[in-house]
Design a protein around this ligand. Structure first.
Ligand SMILES: CC(C)(COP(=O)(O)OP(=O)(O)OC[C@H]1O[C@@H](n2cnc3c(N)ncnc32)[C@H](O)[C@@H]1OP(=O)(O)O)[C@@H](O)C(=O)NCCC(=O)NCCS
Length: 164
């Protein structure tokens, strides 16, 4: 299995994986909208001999500009719990470090994301409409978030999603 950047040819397969993972199309529509508005920092796919079996998206915030949002992460149902989601997330975090992004935020299950170093405590001082234990942050650079607090503004397509 390899992890690589998405290409234009992958877009239909990425949609299929996301829709299958979430059993609905809202997250796939979100990814398409983020791509269309240029908010994607990077989009990685997991590919095995059968094709694309996983996807992860890291997108820019409007505020703070030096941080990334991790969402969504999707693994084809028949391939879940085999390490693909973890590999996608870890490769994405390594890539973010290489590109000098300072921190990553995620909204999700603490039990899953804590294993990558995300912590609700780290995100606590930021204002979000999301319930606290599920909104987490990971510093890629030590103390990157120390001087930072207040408002977090996701890219526009996330805001549109909340309104629906
Ligand atoms: C969540 C998801 C990305 C995880 O990827 P994966 O490849 O299946 O998981 P991994 O093999 O990397 O990790 C497996 C571990 O994660 C745990 N896990 C999987 N989904 C979980 C969830 N929703 N909540 C908490 N833990 C979860 C498993 O119990 C397992 O734990 P263990 O290592 O202690 O045994 C994948 O299951 C998926 O696409 N789910 C549907 C879409 C979704 O909910 N995405 C996340 C929100 S953005």
């Amino acid at each position: 299995m390899i992890i690589r950047n998405e290409t234009a040819d992958d877009i239909p397969a990425i949609r299929r994986v996301i829709c299958a993972a979430f059993d609905q199309s809202a997250e796939a529509d979100l990814v398409d909208s983020l791509r269309d508005c240029g908010a994607i920092a990077f989009s990685l796919v997991a590919q095995d001999q059968t094709g694309i079996v996983g996807h992860v998206l890291y997108s820019r915030f409007q505020v703070p500009q030096h941080c990334l949002a991790l969402a969504p992460v999707s693994v084809a149902p028949q391939c879940q719990n085999t390490g693909i989601g973890s590999k996608l997330i870890r490769e994405g975090l390594a890539r973010a470090r290489q590109e000098n992004w300072q921190a990553v935020f995620v909204l999700g299950e603490p039990d899953y994301y804590q294993r990558f170093g995300f912590s609700a405590r780290m995100a606590d001082k930021f204002d979000t409409p999301y319930p606290k234990p599920y909104f987490m942050a990971l510093e890629l650079v030590p103390d990157a978030l120390k001087q930072c607090s207040g408002e977090i503004i996701y890219a526009e397509p996330f805001l549109a999603l909340e309104e629906n």
